[in-house]
Design a protein around this ligand. Structure first.
Ligand code: ZN
Length: 608
């Protein structure tokens, strides 16, 4: 039996009587005496007076994150939903099969990460995410080469130079030394660049003379040879990797999703979502022959539906962003945003890249990068292309959540959104006059604060933000190197857009890393690993930060009536923290963990 959890079924009669009486302000001595004196006749009446529930958590600090951010000490749960919140008197009102004494710990709504890519570790993958040095990555690659044999692709995700002892990018030569006879492609954390070895570049036909692909950049070494790093367009190499099948990737995907539960994430927005895995007319939009499946191991929407039908109760709930598949194919798809249920549902047309990111850097700025006169990055779409995509999705009833990182990309995106919102009626409310309505479109990222006029347009047209406050922490070195003082101080802003412009903001991680506690730390302190405070005016209070990582994520997927707070009637998606997030030293967020995670009232993760 887990610590802090006890079944009530085995409780003695005396315990039941004692619990029943405890709220009548009797002393423990009185209770002990009275319990002994009370006859059996008193018991059925006492038990019958209490309403049966499945679970009671009590003796805690319950942050409800309701409108008033009120605190309680106990919660009762039945059939996956919260029945009541209150004080210790809930133990008298309800009788539960399971009672958990929180012993003063914090119970709060589960985190909702509004931007995460579930990245499974597949059979050809190494895991450079956990490496502390290039030497360690080389060791992983060497072992994988021995395991797979020569010629087989070796892949992996998540290296970042700041975490490596050598403090530099991984190069072609590093990988050649480890696996000269295997093609290798290792994607950097954030997925905006990757390093290939010589064999991989050879297979992809990348030579010293290969021009940069549209929207991307092939880095070269001092001799003019490709150095291995390809920014933004690593697909020019990745497309030669034989894709794993879903049969191979399903178990690793389940492991990855369960890993989110250990981080306290009870719902997430999957920024890798796709719908093109079944033929048009059969619930999908694949142009392939009937019955043909997409040849990849991706968790597409249909696969997620099947997986969650099988074992959704053990997994975090998911809202899937859908990558824009083109006007005709989107039209052939019979559903739009909101389709699904409380386990798996369709989210926005999202994560299509209006620009790149700072790990390249390929973010599109309104001014030159620091120390790089003339270089501002560039956008991926012409204004007309972007407008076309936005308008097509809008007419079909989709929410929009496009990826825009740099201020130039944000301005372009907001202009396209505003034009579309102001001219095309909301298909969900066709009777309404043209106008923004309540379509909850958002920018997926908001790294460089755009001009005030753009934020004023966002307020006017109700365009919101899916922000990643942890970027400030984990990309601090990149920002310090690449941004002028003002943009550095306002990187990934929260305070100004929320307080000054009244913009609605929900938090997420975008895998840098996935853990919400780092994001909360950065949002309340504005500190990176250096300890330097960047733009204190962009910080928010702890309750604001907690709300942005819980309730606000539910709002973004139109599920605010169902989850995001601990209130009667809502899904019992909750976590237990061993510290008080309202008063603990900020560093606690970096060093602590989640004790328990509940989805729909089920304990799906326990740290003990
Ligand atoms: Zn993105």
């Amino acid at each position: 039996m887990r610590k802090g959890i006890k079944g009530q079924a085995g409780a003695t009669r005396q315990h039941l009587i004692t619990r029943h009486l405890i709220t009548r302000h009797l002393t423990r001595q009185h209770l002990a005496t009275m319990a002994l004196l009370l006859g059996t006749a008193a018991l059925p009446a006492a038990a019958a007076a209490r309403e049966a529930v499945d679970l009671i958590l009590h003796d805690g600090q319950v942050l409800t994150v309701d409108a008033a951010f009120s605190t309680r000490s106990a919660v009762a749960v039945r059939a996956g939903r919260i029945v009541a919140t209150g004080g210790e008197d809930l133990l008298e009102k309800y009788s539960a099969a399971q009672v958990i004494d929180l012993k003063g710990r914090t119970l709060m709504p589960g985190f909702i990460d509004t931007h995460v890519h579930p990245i499974p570790i597949g059979p050809s993958d190494v895991n450079p995410l956990v490496a502390h040095s290039i030497v360690e990555i080389q060791d992983m690659v060497r072992k994988k080469a021995a395991e797979l044999g020569p010629g087989k692709w070796i892949t992996g995700y998540g290296w970042q130079e700041a975490a490596l002892a050598e403090k530099r990018n991984l190069t072609r030569a590093d990988l050649d030394a480890a696996a000269p006879d295997n093609p290798v492609l290792l994607v950097r954390a954030g997925a905006h660049s990757a390093t290939a070895n010589s064999l991989a570049l050879k297979i992809a036909g990348v030579t010293r003379d290969t021009p940069d692909p549209k929207g991307g950049l092939i880095e070269h070494d001092a001799m003019g040879e490709p150095g291995g790093v390809i920014r933004e367009r690593q697909d020019i190499v990745a497309r030669f990797i034989p894709p794993p099948t879903w049969a191979e990737m399903k178990a690793p995907m389940i492991r990855t999703l369960k890993g989110f539960l250990a981080l306290g994430i009870t719902s997430f927005h999957d920024a890798s979502g796709r719908i093109d895995d079944e033929p048009a007319g059969a619930g999908g939009i694949a142009p392939a022959t009937p019955g043909a499946e997409v040849a990849s191991g991706d968790m597409t929407f249909a696969r997620a539906r099947a997986l969650y039908a099988e074992m959704g109760a053990d997994l975090p709930r998911v809202t899937m962003y859908i990558s824009y598949p083109g006007a005709e194919r989107l039209k052939a798809f019979p559903h739009h945003t909101g389709y699904g249920d409380d386990r798996v549902r369709l989210g926005a047309i999202g994560e299509n890249l209006v620009d790149g990111g700072f790990t390249g850097p390929t973010a599109w700025l309104l001014v030159d990068y620091k120390g790089q006169p003339g270089f501002r990055g560039k956008g991926r779409y012409t204004d007309a292309e972007l407008q076309d995509m936005v308008d097509n999705a809008n007419r079909l009833g989709w929410q929009l959540g496009l990826h825009c990182i740099g201020d130039a990309a944000i301005v372009q995106t907001i202009n396209a959104y505003a034009r579309s919102l102001e001219t095309i009626p909301d298909p969900a409310h066709p009777g309404d006059a043209n106008g923004p309505g309540d379509r909850r479109w958002f920018t997926d990222h908001f790294t460089i604060m755009p001009p005030d006029a753009t934020m004023a347009t966002m307020a006017k047209d109700h365009i919101w933000i899916a922000q990643q406050p942890n970027f400030l922490y984990n990309l601090e070195n990149r920002y310090v190197a690449l941004l002028d003082d003002w943009r550095l101080a306002h990187n990934n802003p929260v305070g100004t857009p929320v307080h000054k412009f009244g913009l609605f903001m929900a938090f997420g991680s975008d895998n840098l890393p996935v853990g919400p506690l780092v994001g909360l730390y950065a949002a309340i302190t504005r500190k990176g690993p250096s300890g330097i405070v960047h733009g204190p005016e962009e910080a928010v209070t702890r309750p604001e930060a907690i709300r942005a990582y819980t309730a606000n994520g539910a709002f973004l997927s139109r599920e605010e009536h169902d989850k995001g707070t601990i209130e009667a009637g809502k899904l019992a998606d909750m976590i237990v923290l061993p510290f008080d997030p309202l008063t603990a030293a900020p560093e606690t967020f970096l060093n602590s963990h989640v004790d328990m995670t509940f989805v729909g009232g089920r304990l799906v993760y326990s740290n003990s």
